[in-house]
Design a protein around this ligand. Structure first.
Ligand code: KIV
Ligand code: ZN
Length: 516
């Protein structure tokens, strides 16, 4: 297969995905997702928007320093300060890319930018040249291209390629396009722009009409060779095109599309679960590829057909995207070496020996309570060990909950608050409510609880429960996570984790802000 038949997969879970209200992630969480994306063999990881906040800058920098096999990219508006900050964050990348953008639709130019089309072209050219002076790999995006005039797009893209952009992205920023029309638009741009052969054409589709994947595939048929997407379709409003759907459509319908990607598809499910666990955005059961029912056959006729010949009702195998790889990998008699080896096989790297020891101690404690330890258990346990590296203002020491029919549940807990042990008791309408009230009586955060979700990590009634708690205060949103066999303990840990993140946080800017 030649390289012109390869579709570059550009993942923007850590940037556009994070713009989903409530999906903010810490640096450590972003690093974990970046490693999962590298393992998936994603070509380009958009790690963030470096100028948005000191936290975003640090996250892009850390990812640029630790990822070796994927290109690491930072977003930058078409202004010097953004581009310089992106270059600074990417300075130590093995392979870095600056992604600069400006809006090109009449409505954005007139009302948001308050600029004339000539000024927009001039600014785009200046930005691309500036970025090329700092980084060899530059991508230029025409924001709201889906509602831009084709003649203007031809003009600005030709100028951006002349200025040094090697990837040209045509975003459907507001999810307005329809597949045949969007495909035709990409085809026209490729045919009409005289220097189009000097750049890779990319698409970036939002899902407001539920057409992000269909539009991206129509663009690939028309000649686009980079698709921007996110794990689980996470992203602004209705989200972005889902990576797993794009990749599996390209793989499954190679007969029709004639292109391929480099993605190592058996790692898809693990990446999906990681993103869902960290952000607290559950995956709906009927979601293509990664939903719990995506490969479940309920009707007798279907079950009979699959048993006789799998392909009667399955167009791809569950294993090809990572289902049914659950293994009882370790047990209570497993040693440190076996534990370390399995983590390495799962692509999990711990910071140092101390982190390994902490994770191993947790593993032993878990193995005492739970007979079978699955890969997902290991992932949750290591996440917690990594979270512990973050500063902890609040720490749970013990928890006791009494819940009996006909009486209000009561929680009693011992917390350390800035190093001092304190205890609290509270009643609530349910046991979780009682726990959160007891914690709040000590923390007094006055944050609003926006989401509380519990998921079983593995099969079986002895599964660990993974809890996500989303807290909001003065517009700032954080997601806390906790895992434990006892879901009440997991709930307390998740609430405390969210409080610790809130304690450490700083505000950030939004890339689509008009202050260009
Ligand atoms: O949707 C969009 O237009 C974007 C750009 C910044 C690429 O996310
Ligand atoms: Zn976008």
């Amino acid at each position: 297969m030649s390289s012109k038949d390869r579709v570059i997969i550009f993942d923007t879970t850590l940037r556009d995905g994070e713009q989903s209200p409530g999906a903010s992630m810490t640096k450590e969480e972003k690093l974990r997702i970046a490693k999962a994306l590298e393992r998936l063999r994603v070509d380009v990881i958009e790690a963030g928007f470096a100028i948005a906040s000191p936290g975003d800058f640090e996250a892009v920098k850390a990812i640029a320093e630790s990822i070796k096999d994927s290109t690491v990219c930072s977003l930058a508006r078409a202004v010097d300060a953004d581009i310089e900050r992106a270059a600074e964050a990417l300075a130590n990348a093995n392979s870095g890319r600056i992604h600069t953008f400006i809006a090109t639709s009449p409505i954005h130019m007139q009302y948001k930018l308050r600029m004339q089309p000539d000024q927009v072209v001039e600014q785009a050219v200046r930005a691309v040249k500036k970025a090329r002076g700092l980084c060899a790999d530059v991508e230029f995006s025409c924001e709201d291209a889906g509602r831009s005039e084709i003649d203007f797009l031809c003009r600005i893209i030709e100028a951006a390629i002349d200025a040094g952009a090697r990837t040209i992205n045509i975003p459907d920023t507001v999810g307005y396009a329809i597949p045949h029309q969007y495909g035709e638009m990409i085809g026209q741009l490729l045919a009409r722009i005289p220097n189009a052969d000097k750049a890779v054409f990319s698409v970036h589709c939002h899902n407001d009409l539920g057409l992000a994947v269909a539009n991206s595939l129509a663009a690939v048929v028309a000649g686009a060779r980079q698709v921007e997407c996110t794990i689980n379709g996470l992203g602004e409003r209705a989200g972005n095109a889902a990576l797993e759907e794009i990749v599996m459509a390209i793989k499954t319908r190679h007969d029709l599309l004639g292109v391929h990607t480099n993605i190592d598809t058996p790692h898809i499910l693990a990446a999906s679960r990681l993103v869902s666990g960290i952000t607290g955005f559950p995956v709906q059961p009927n979601k293509a590829i990664v939903g719990a029912n995506a490969f479940a056959h309920e009707s007798g006729i279907h079950q009979d057909g699959v048993l006789k010949h799998r392909e009667t009702y399955e167009i791809m195998s569950a294993q090809s995207v990572g289902w049914h790889t659950n293994k009882m990998v370790l047990g209570k008699h497993s040693g440190r070496n076996a534990f370390r080896t399995r983590l390495e096989e799962l692509g999990i790297q711990l910071a140092d020996e101390a982190a390994l020891n902490a994770a191993f101690a947790r593993f032993k404690a878990l193995a005492d309570k739970k007979h079978e330890i699955f890969d997902e258990d290991l992932q949750a346990l290591v996440s917690e060990a990594q979270d512990e590296e973050a500063p902890e203002h609040f720490r749970l020491h013990s928890l006791e909950v009494v819940s009996k029919s006909g009486a209000l549940p009561r929680a009693h807990l011992l917390l350390s608050v800035a190093g001092c042990e304190q205890e609290a008791t509270a009643e609530g309408s349910g046991p979780v409510d009682a726990i959160f009230k007891a914690i709040e009586s000590l923390a007094a955060s006055r944050a609003n609880l926006q989401l509380y979700s519990v998921n079983a990590i593995t099969e079986g009634s002895d599964s660990q429960g993974e809890v996500t708690v989303r807290l909001e205060k003065s517009g700032r949103i954080v997601n806390g996570n906790g895992a434990d066999i006892d879901i009440l303990v997991a709930s307390a840990k998740a609430y405390i984790n969210a409080l610790n993140l809130m304690q450490a946080g700083v505000p950030k800017a939004h890339p689509q802000a008009a202050d260009v």
